[in-house]
Ligand binder design. Sequence first.
Ligand code: CAA
Length: 286
Amino acid sequence: MKPDEVEKVGVVGCGLMGSGIAEVVARTGIGVAFVEVSDDAVASGWKRIEASTGKAVERGKMSAEDQRALIGRVSGGTDIRSLADVDLVIEAATEDQETKIRLFQLLDEIAAPDVVLATNTSSIPIAELAVATNRPDKVIGTHFFNPPPIMKLVEVVRGLPTSDETVEFARGFGERIGKTVVLSKDRAGFIVNWLLMPYLNSAVRMLEEGFATREDIDQAVVLGLAHPMGPLQLLDLIGLDTALYISNVLFDEFKDPLYAPPTLVKRMVTAGYLGRKTGKGFYDYD
Ligand code: CAA
């Protein structure tokens, strides 16, 4: 199948990333079926899509009519078997290797044999998911950035068994949905997180050591480096649980203290201070 022949995409998981990916795909005029684990999670997924597209309308990025049409192209439910007729699957479930392996085994049974199974993982080896299926050549990473409707990048990640054809398909599909695609090998962190995590963890260590206040650390980066937000604000956006998971994966892979998660991040995750999604992280949110 060619990227411009894709008519319907299955999105597994409709949290922060899955809902954004569903929005981006549906905005291009492609049908989307998303799957979540419970009715409540489906309802939250719809809320995220409605809120994000609502913001786009408010800011003049989309007409109210286009928003209605976009939402009309999306369906959501809890039955993964509803993905039997999709032309591409993008998995954006919880960042947990066992969960993803089980999902890929299931998706391999459900989706037509020629369908590409893509994952939005930010850290799990693509090869681990590929070998869980009978189509390892058709498994690939398509790593979107948070928030997907705004961030322009997709990292396409090639596992050792991924075919050239699948890489070209993923690249073409990424471009079709308006993203700029970069290609990375299948090593922990890919391009962006390999660079990002040591920087974020260093900012937390600065705070832990009383080197500077959270406000000064963030403001220094915003004004001194022209980043849209500072590192502690960005950790709150990404979610501290996700950041901790990625740091651990990088540390496991490279055994370099540069990637070791700071104690404060571990304790904050234990306390449930996960950032924006729980209303409390380095900052408080309403
Ligand atoms: N569709 C289209 N456009 C939308 C939109 C939507 N659904 N929602 C908002 N927008 C537009 C807005 O209209 C606005 O456009 P203008 O600038 O033209 O006005 C723009 O997007 C920004 O929206 P907001 O004003 O609502 O948001 P903001 O200005 O407060 O910026 C932010 C928020 C985009 C998050 C910005 O702070 C930012 O870019 N932060 C850095 C994000 C980042 O680094 N992400 C990567 C995280 S790392 C990661 O994801 C990898 C991983 O694996 C952990």
